[in-house]
Design a protein around this ligand. Structure first.
Ligand code: TXA
Ligand code: MG
Length: 325
């Protein structure tokens, strides 16, 4: 299959992307979090193509991306007031709501679950695509199963060239990590995947407690431990461990660091990461992808600080590393 490269700056290419989706094709699209691999959510056979292209197990549920807040009622039922409040406050934006699915929704989308994940994305090019035909698209991150989520069209093509019909190039993603997922199907409301929007932000809107587990919830199919992995082994180290190891003069290593390194190191490729959580998150997958291309034997990453703002980064680092830290 030839993968068409479309440019989100061109109006005609936006129309082409919308038409391809309507015809049941697979199109990788930019979102404000990471690139998604989209198919028309009302077309189960198109949606099943996503699993083939990614090599993703069929029981892993997909998020449906909406063109408007009101479209929630097309996909979910028994929608609680909290869902409308959160949608009004954070959509379009990096927040996915888990709700009871509407009866007609295909199990291909939900992996056989009774719930459905919904979000209205904020990237203007994707919103235009969705609004043209009032389309809803099922879209997981546009990577091969277990690999890093892509934050650029180049990264999408590195994994999926020849396996999908098109990619719409909308530039680098703003947030760089996947949306916060919040479960509204039971009480208390809980975050099941940390992301750009924190529990405190949700609580400020809802005026009620939102649980934020420190570890991700593995009971959801697809929310697995080993995930988002670069090909090169990643090792997360605190500053003291990192500095001690660097004294042993290793070579052929890439280092993603926050604090200044003790001395200049031959044979080591260093990248200073942003010291704020949002900046760090926006660079994380991009820098792991770049490091992967260097042919080094390992990537060493200096652990960032703790704190609510850093939860999404710690979650992704923990899963990107080949063992727990
Ligand atoms: O930012 C994002 O959320 C990106 C962009 C493309 O929108 N999408 C994304 O999709 O990260 P994906 O498929 O890579 O991760 C979605 C995760 C699934 O692995 C699953 O754990 C959870 O969302 N999920 C989706 N629907 C669910 C449901 N009905 N119940 C529980 N978990 C669900
Ligand atoms: Mg994913």
């Amino acid at each position: 299959m030839n993968t068409l490269r479309l440019n989100a700056q061109q109006g005609q290419d936006i129309v082409t992307a919308a038409d391809l989706l309507q015809q049941g094709k697979l199109v990788a699209v930019p979102t404000e979090t990471v690139y998604g691999l989209a198919a028309d959510a009302s077309n189960p056979s198109a949606v099943s193509g996503i699993f083939t292209a990614k090599g993703r197990p069929a029981n892993h549920p997909l998020i449906v991306h909406l063109h408007a807040i009101t479209a929630m009622t097309n996909w979910a039922k028994d929608i609680p007031a909290a869902a409308w409040q959160l949608a009004e406050a954070f959509w379009p934006g990096p927040l996915t709501l888990l709700l009871p699915k509407a009866d007609h929704v295909s199990p291909v989308i939900t992996g056989g679950l009774n719930s459905i994940g919904l979000r209205m994305p904020a990237h203007p090019a994707l919103l235009q695509v969705l609004q043209l035909n009032q389309l809803a698209v099922a879209a997981p991150s546009a990577n091969r199963y277990k690999k890093l989520s892509p934050t650029s069209a180049e990264q999408v093509l590195a994994g999926l060239h020849g396996r999908i019909d098109a990619v719409l190039d909308g530039g680098e993603c703003e947030h760089g990590v996947e949306s916060t997922i919040v479960d509204l199907t039971g009480e208390p409301i809980r975050i099941v995947r940390a992301g750009p929007i924190t529990a405190s932000q949700l609580q400020a809107v809802l005026k009620t407690t939102v649980l934020q587990p420190q570890q991700h919830q593995a009971q959801v199919p697809g929310n697995v431990d080993a995930h988002y992995q670069p090909n090169t082994p990643l090792r997360c180290l605190d500053s003291a461990q990192l500095h001690a190891l660097l004294l042993e003069q290793p070579s052929n290593i890439a280092v993603l660091h926050l604090n200044a390194l003790p001395t200049a190191q031959a044979g080591i490729i260093c990248k200073q990461m942003p010291t704020d959580a949002a900046g760090y998150a926006s660079q994380l997958y991009r820098q792991l992808y770049q490091a992967d291309k260097l042919g080094v034997t390992a990537i060493w990453c200096e652990l960032p600080p703790q704190g609510e703002a850093w939860l999404a980064v710690h979650d992704r680092l923990r899963r990107a590393q080949h063992s727990a830290y």
